[in-house]
Design a protein around this ligand. Structure first.
Ligand code: GUN
Ligand code: ZN
Length: 456
């Protein structure tokens, strides 16, 4: 197994899962408390130029100006100070496929052809637990070195692929969402579920094994309407309905590309629209997450709003695969706003960094003459993602009582960026330079439930 001393990762010590001593991080702190699409930008943000975050038992105990906090909590001895950096909530990736890590950046053709050519043969290898373990390990390190502390992850058909990623997440004590992918038609035999009934029984077994074990959460995951039989979608909906009260998720793809939508029309001619295929099977709810939503009809936005569903905006994937483009101004229409977070959609997406997706989100909006402010996009990458996942009272913000999942963003990742930022004072303008220039390695340190699990 490849080891690289360049990187510094550490599994969470088992004795300190939500434990550990009082500690504090000092530096510039930036966080969100509200949705800036719905409230004023200044109301939505918390910013301390010289701030301090106090962490106790893996949770945020206090946050504020250093001068105020240091006076009020004098017993903190373990203070880590970050200069030229911003202490932010860990990034939240609302949609990606860890099983596509071995084929990220594979070139050529439309979504459906790309799935056939690269994705399905790669996912078929995850029947082998050792292979799944290796990919899960490398993948998780990519998340953490990019400051991602929660991810809503697609595994694939095989239970081995689900166990591998949850086991790795557990070693870091990360809050991760995953589930067995349900797919019983229109894909190769070596990847297909044998029966709809068997696939959903297997999914329920994994749900009972993993849901709410430590910080792990389970999702019911029909890949997308074309790769599930009618019976499988129906049974998936029943499984979701049975467990959604316990915080189980539903996760799938929706309205990504023209040829996909046309295929759905042929397979489900009776449905009013693509969203209706999922709705009529009981798959819409407050913990339903739909990736893409690029080519939506007005009534489909309304359905997602009415059911409180979340959306993962995956701009680098949409550009790479030449799909439709997500229109945030439609999703956030004040008359029926929808919850929107960011997805890297690895391996359709071209980067593990949620932060770098924001540069693409800006450009996609500009293609439609719409301006997406850096502030709003950072919200989508943090608290907005938490809202999509129904976890906005636990993660996505550095606020008292929240789980201490934190990314420290480096404002000096390269010589040029350090120089460029001398000409910019405002913190959002600085972060905008970083997201736009697509600088890798722009995270100094990542904390999961208060434990430092990565440092540069
Ligand atoms: N739709 C169904 N499966 C996939 C997938 O693996 N990637 C993307 N981008 N879209 C999909
Ligand atoms: Zn996807």
């Amino acid at each position: 197994m490849m080891e690289n001393s360049f990187y510094n990762f550490k599994y969470s010590p088992p004795e300190s899962k939500f434990g550990g001593s009082l500690k504090a991080l000092r530096g510039e702190v930036l966080s969100f408390v509200k949705d800036p699409f719905l409230y004023g930008e200044s109301e939505s943000v918390v910013h301390y130029k010289d701030g301090m975050v106090v962490i106790k038992d893996g949770k945020v105990e206090a946050v504020g100006d250093y001068a105020d906090i240091a006076g009020s909590i004098p017993m903190v001895e373990n203070i880590e100070t970050f200069d030229d950096a911003v202490i932010m909530p860990g990034f939240i990736d609302c949609h990606l496929h860890y099983v596509q890590s071995p084929m990220i950046a594979s070139a050529g053709d439309t979504l459906l052809a790309w799935l056939d050519q690269y994705t399905f043969p790669t996912e078929a290898k995850f029947r082998n637990k050792e292979f799944a373990d290796e990919v899960a390990r490398i993948f998780f390190r990519q998340l953490l070195m990019n400051g991602t502390t929660t991810a809503n992850i697609f595994a694939t058909t095989f239970p081995e692929s689900v166990d591998a990623i949850f086991e790795e997440s557990e070693r870091y004590n990360a809050r991760t969402i995953c589930g067995k992918v349900l797919q019983d038609r229109n894909l190769p035999d070596n990847l297909k579920d044998k029966t709809a009934e068997g696939s959903v029984i297997e999914s329920e077994r994994l749900l009972k094994k993993w849901h709410s074990r430590g910080r792990q959460l389970y999702s019911v995951v029909p890949r997308f309407a074309p790769t599930s039989s009618r019976l499988q979608l129906k049974l998936a909906g029943e499984l979701f309905q049975k467990y959604k009260g316990e915080g189980v998720y539903m996760h799938t793809h929706l309205n990504e590309a023209e040829n996909e939508i046309e295929w759905v029309r042929q397979l489900y001619p009776e449905a009013a629209n693509y969203t209706d295929v999922y709705a009529s099977n009981g798959l819409l709810g407050e913990r339903s997450v739909f990736a893409h939503c690029c080519l939506m009809k007005e009534e489909e936005w309304q359905m997602l709003h009415d059911h409180g569903c979340g959306i993962a905006h995956c701009p680098s994937s949409n550009l790479f695969l030449g799909d439709g483009q997500f229109k945030y101004w439609e999703a956030k229409d004040a008359s029926r706003p929808c919850k929107v977070g960011i997805g890297t959609d690895v391996g359709g997406g071209t980067d593990f960094s949620v932060f770098r997706q924001l540069g693409d989100a800006y450009k996609v909006a500009m293609l439609h003459d719409r301006y997406l402010s850096g502030l709003r996009s950072l919200y989508m990458a943090t608290l907005g993602g938490a809202e999509v996942l129904g976890l906005e009272d636990k993660i996505g913000s550095i606020s008292p009582g929240y789980e201490a999942d934190i990314a420290v963003v480096d404002l000096k990742p390269t010589e040029f960026i350090e120089w460029r930022l001398r000409f910019t004072d405002d913190i959002f303008s600085k972060l905008f330079v970083l997201q736009t220039m697509g600088v890798g390695m722009c995270v100094n340190a990542t904390y999961v439930a208060g434990n430092k699990v990565y440092s540069k």
